[in-house]
Design a protein around this ligand. Structure first.
Ligand code: ZN
Length: 177
């Protein structure tokens, strides 16, 4: 059962626009929760670096992050985490625009300005609290996933709609560089 892919909600589904509910920390110790997390990680294997629960039809404050180096971002340090009830405590003033895509937005990419670093607080799958400062690509992933828990999609954050493009164009013109 663990290996089953979860079906994903797509842009237009109202669940992606809702503020998700807090996870009761006692629930993280259940088999249901453990299975859900394993299936979320399995679902994004090879296709994404993060997945928030609303993207699989669950309006709860839970996301998984699985960042690893790839040819177009070789400097990324591997980072795999379950984030429960995450919060951004502070944002760096310096902002950087980079391309983002989303598993709920049908292969469309666009440039999104994000803080270069953020201080975050979250609980892990054991119910333990963490506080850390994340930077660079990982900081963008945290901001993107936490936005999902507040009903915000990356397109809402875009300031230059002329950078919006299909995956085909993105792969041809941006990723190959
Ligand atoms: Zn997304």
């Amino acid at each position: 059962m663990r290996s089953h892919l979860l079906s994903r909600t797509q842009f237009g589904n109202p669940i992606l626009r809702r503020r998700a509910k807090k996870v009761a920390l006692k629930d993280v110790h259940t088999q249901t929760f453990e299975t859900l997390i394993a299936r979320m990680f399995f679902t994004i294997q090879d296709i994404g670096v993060g997945l928030a629960a609303p993207q699989i039809g669950k309006s709860i404050r839970l996301a998984v992050i699985d960042v690893h180096p790839l040819p177009h971002r070789p400097d990324v340090v591997p980072y795999k985490r379950v984030i429960v009830n995450p919060k951004i405590i502070s944002y760096s003033k310096s902002v950087e625009s980079d391309y983002e895509g989303c598993l709920s937005c049908g292969g469309i990419w666009g440039k999104v300005p994000r803080s270069k670093s953020v201080a975050v607080e979250y609980y892990d799958e054991h119910g333990e609290k963490h506080r850390e400062v994340v930077r660079g690509f990982l900081a963008k992933v945290f901001q993107h996933e936490i936005d999902h828990l507040n009903g915000i999609l990356y397109v809402d954050r875009m300031t230059d709609m002329h950078t919006l493009m299909t995956a085909e164009e993105f792969n041809k013109r941006i990723r190959k560089k």
